[in-house]
Design a protein around this ligand. Structure first.
Ligand code: SF4
Length: 232
C-alpha cells in the first residue's frame, strides 16, 4: 500500500484538503447526498440545504417532502430525504442534533454507532471518520473496491469486505491521499469496463490479469471532490 500510495502521489500529486475539518454532521449529510451521483450535483444539493436552514435543528419539524424537493438535483431524493430526516429525528431522540459525541469513540465503535442509523452504511460512516475526524481510515466506494482488487492489494467480493480487509493493517498517515488518488485512478484510468492500463502508473506492479495496454489516453480529468469541500 505504501508503494502504491507513492506511485499515485507521483502521478496525481498530493490531494488537496481544506485545513479546517468539517462538522461531522455536515459531512454525514453531504455523504448521504453523494450516493449514486456526481460530486457537483451533490454539492449543489448540500449548498441548497445549508442556504435554506441556519442549523440542522430546523429539519426536525420540516416536512420530508420539502427536503426531497430541495435536494432533487442529487437524485434518489426520496431515499436521501428519508435518510436525512430519520438521522435528525434519531439524534434529537438521543438529546442533541449533533454528531460530536462520536469523537470520543475509537474507529470500530464510531462506525458501529454511525451505521446504527437507518440508511447509513459502512462506506458513509467511514467517510465521516476520514474527512471529519481525520482518522487514518480508508473508505471503500466502487472505485476503491475495483482498483484495490485489480491491483491485488486485497481479494474481496464486496466493497464492505474490501473495507475491512484493507483497513485491517492500514499504514499510518496515508488514508486521505490513498483513498482520494484511488478514486481519481478509478474515474480517469482504471475504469470498470475497459481499464486504460497503457496510461496507468501502476501497470508494472498491478496483478490484474486482463490488462488493456492498447490505449494510452489519460481520459477526462474530474478533480472536484465533494467531501474535501464540505467545510469550505
Ligand atoms: S494496470 Fe490496469 S487494471 Fe491495473 S490499476 Fe492500472 S488501469 Fe487498473
Amino acid at each position: 500500500m505504501i508503494t502504491v500510495n507513492k506511485i499515485l502521489i507521483n502521478h496525481f500529486g498530493v490531494p488537496e484538503r481544506s485545513k479546517k475539518l468539517p462538522d461531522p454532521l455536515d459531512l454525514l449529510i453531504a455523504t448521504i447526498l453523494s450516493q449514486n451521483t456526481n460530486d457537483n450535483n451533490s454539492y449543489k444539493a448540500f449548498r441548497s440545504l445549508k442556504n435554506k436552514y441556519k442549523s440542522w435543528d430546523e429539519l426536525l419539524h420540516e416536512k420530508r417532502s420539502v427536503i426531497e424537493k430541495i435536494i432533487r438535483v442529487a437524485g434518489l431524493a426520496l431515499q436521501k430525504s428519508s435518510a436525512i430526516k430519520n438521522l435528525i429525528t434519531e439524534l434529537d431522540k438521543r438529546g442533541n442534533i449533533s454528531l460530536n459525541f462520536i469523537q470520543k469513540f475509537n474507529n470500530e465503535k464510531a462506525i458501529e454507532e454511525l451505521t446504527s442509523f437507518k440508511g447509513i452504511g459502512v462506506k458513509t460512516a467511514s467517510c465521516v471518520l476520514l474527512f471529519a475526524l481525520d482518522r487514518n481510515v480508508c473508505p471503500v466506494d466502487t472505485h476503491v473496491h475495483r482498483t484495490t482488487n485489480r491491483i491485488g492489494i486485497v481479494s474481496a467480493k464486496t466493497p464492505d469486505k474490501t473495507f475491512y480487509a484493507l483497513n485491517k493493517n492500514f499504514p499510518d498517515g496515508i488514508a486521505h491521499s490513498f483513498h482520494t488518488n484511488l478514486i481519481r485512478l478509478g474515474r480517469e484510468i482504471c475504469k470498470p469496463a475497459k481499464p486504460n492500463c497503457g496510461a496507468c502508473p501502476l501497470a508494472e506492479i498491478c496483478k490484474y490479469p486482463n490488462k488493456n495496454l492498447d490505449n494510452t489516453s489519460t481520459g477526462k480529468k474530474r478533480d472536484f471532490m465533494l467531501l474535501d469541500n464540505v467545510g469550505t
